[in-house]
Ligand binder design. Structure first.
Ligand SMILES: Cc1ncc(COP(=O)(O)O)c(C=O)c1O
Length: 413
């Protein structure tokens, strides 16, 4: 019903993905498979709701629509099985800005924040920019799964796991105030099991560590998997968690500043929500409100079809590499559209790049030789070197062009 093969032309629309290429890659002539937004036009119901609300030309002050939080709560109940009361929800201009508000309110300069790299770069930088100390407890990577040959498709949750022993060690050595959990995890699109989330929650609760759970990719689970909200896994998880969610990734509207924050624990919630209110940080724009309501009320058929298309793209890229460039291993994401490519063998065998130089070597190769903009693994912190991140939320023909450049074969056999 929706045509994901056709995408609007975004050149000159002030999109980061196209218009900031030069700044980030030093050149513009690249196939842009980097920033995490989709090439697809958002669900038509969102466009219609936006047009309806801007058409009369009056952009005055407005009140937050009743349905705004209702639509979020119903969505979370239906899609994620999470019974959220409306009072637990507050608007946040974006997930990262919301995290900065959390840091401002709950931490003091020098406080330590635990993150699990390789992880979304701002989790490393944002605490530092706020005068905090980022402490690493890297994920465990299971190379035996990634390099298990014989038709085996390595899923993200098989390739990586939490390092609970590392967690014990790091928290014994450091007074950790908070951790940022990425659920599901970017990069890789890793889904965490209920069992592991419970174990993590109990370990954090015993140590009085607050957990910021970033669930922005929650509604993009692939292959029929269901999202498990961290706050739902046990009573202690609800007690110590501050969850961020958004329709922005799911419905491709991150330019509309549409995130929200959920805090079930009244003691944590009270002062923080007051701080947001008195500073006027929690006031959604009219465009945000109507787009969110439309997405969560009428957008699901679009989301379901979009996920099918993305699954097709993931499978397509995976088959392509396994047939033509087997030295690049695709770790199959459990969720979302950001493929985590293990390029270590490719770097060594094809490019003759030694360990230690891979991050820069691969980046230069993809950018200057192949003219494809991917995210370099090293930007995600320890464990990222030798990997590249590829955004596959785009028409298949765009992928085909990029893959053809990698394999030197520009048409399908
Ligand atoms: C895990 C994660 N969190 C947050 C963001 C950014 O969210 P926002 O634009 O709402 O700050 C992204 C964007 O890629 C992301 O992948």
């Amino acid at each position: 019903m929706y045509d994901f093969d056709f995408c609007p032309d975004r050149t000159g629309t002030y999109s980061v993905k196209y218009d900031a290429l030069k700044e980030h890659y030093g050149r513009k002539d690249l196939i842009p498979l980097w920033v995490a937004d989709m090439e697809f036009a958002s669900a038509p119901c969102i466009r219609e709701a936006l047009l309806k609300n801007v058409d009369n030309g009056v952009y005055g002050y407005f009140v937050e629509p009743e349905q705004y939080k209702e639509s979020i709560a119903s969505w979370l109940r239906e899609k994620q099985g999470w019974d959220v009361h409306k009072q637990w929800i507050t608007y946040s201009p974006a997930v990262l800005r919301g995290m900065s508000f959390v840091f401002s309110h709950f931490t003091r300069p020098g406080d330590k924040i635990l993150v699990q790299p390789p992880v979304y770069t701002p989790f490393i930088e944002l605490p530092r920019n706020n005068g905090l100390v980022t402490v690493f407890n890297p994920l465990l990577r299971h190379d035996s799964e990634i390099y298990n040959d014989g038709g085996h498709i390595c899923r993200a949750h098989q390739a990586y796991s939490f390092d609970f022993e590392g967690f014990e060690r790091v928290t014994a050595e450091n007074d950790i105030k908070m951790m940022i959990l990425c659920n599901p995890h970017n990069p890789g699109g890793i889904r965490w099991s209920r069992e592991d989330l419970v174990r993590l929650a109990e370990m954090c609760w015993e140590r009085k560590i607050l957990v910021i759970s970033d669930e922005i990719h929650a509604d993009l689970h692939l292959w029929g998997e269901k999202h498990i909200p961290f706050a739902t896994v046990c009573p202690h998880a609800a007690e110590i968690s501050i969850t961020f969610g958004a329709p922005s990734k799911t419905f491709n509207m991150p330019g509309l500043s549409s995130a929200f924050c959920i805090i079930p624990n009244p003691a944590l919630r009270k002062d923080f929500f007051r701080y947001l209110t008195v500073n006027e940080f929690n006031w959604p724009m009219i465009t945000t409100s109507v787009a969110t309501i439309a997405a969560y009320t009428h957008g699901d058929p679009w989301r379901v079809e979009c996920l099918k298309y993305i699954e097709g793209n993931v499978a397509f890229v995976q088959e392509y590499f396994s047939e033509r460039v087997p030295s690049i291993r695709v770790i199959r994401p459990d969720a979302s559209y950001l493929l985590w490519l293990d390029c270590r063998r490719y770097a060594q065998e094809k490019l003759g790049i030694a360990e230690g130089n891979m991050d820069e070597g691969l980046f230069r190769h993809f950018t200057d030789d192949l003219r494809i903009a991917l995210n370099r693994g090293g930007q995600f912190g320890p464990g990222g070197e030798g990997f590249m991140r590829m955004n596959v939320a785009c028409p298949r023909k765009m992928l085909l062009e990029a893959l053809g450049r990698i394999s030197d074969i520009s048409t399908l056999a």
